[in-house]
Design a protein around this ligand. Structure first.
Ligand code: 5GP
Length: 136
């Protein structure tokens, strides 16, 4: 359980510009938008990171996330967008309540991405894929 500013927003103790709500999901405009229409989609379940989220909340978010993306695109006129989901301080997470950013892209306005690829080692990759599978 992690009671953050987002729990207060869900409970209506802090105002927000709400765009969607059901029994498991809440969505509202980001107060520091990277672009027009920057929206946050959050589970009502208060856990800090995605790996801690219940299957029920994950399914509820998965069900509505594409619909909210479509609504943001239609309302803003954007045709491209990023969905961003940060977990942990070093991964740029500031609010420790799971959230998905929907960030419309308008030319240079939107999410800046530095994509530093590294070489792929197929031997190590095979072992890693097995290890990940074994942990599911
Ligand atoms: P993070 O870096 O944790 O993935 O992003 C947290 C986001 O929450 C930021 O984009 C920030 O602007 C947004 N945020 C933080 N506090 C509030 C708030 O009180 N209201 C709203 N609407 N957004 C907030």
């Amino acid at each position: 359980m992690s009671d953050t500013i987002f729990s207060k927003i869900i409970r209506g103790e802090i105002p927000s510009h709400k765009v969607y709500e059901d029994d498991k999901v809440f969505a509202f405009l980001d107060i520091g938008p990277l672009s027009k229409g920057h929206t946050l989609v959050i589970p009502k379940e208060a856990v800090p990171t995605l790996d801690r989220l219940s299957d029920e909340s994950a399914a509820a978010i998965g069900r509505v996330l594409p619909r909210i993306c479509r609504a943001v695109m239609k309302a803003t006129g954007a045709s491209d967008f990023n969905v961003l989901q940060n977990n942990g301080k070093s991964a740029h997470q500031v609010v420790m309540h799971v959230h998905f950013h929907i960030i419309p892209r308008f030319g240079e306005e939107g999410l800046g991405i530095e994509w530093n690829t590294t070489a792929f080692d197929h031997g190590a990759g095979a072992a890693l894929a097995k290890a990940i599978s074994a942990n599911l």
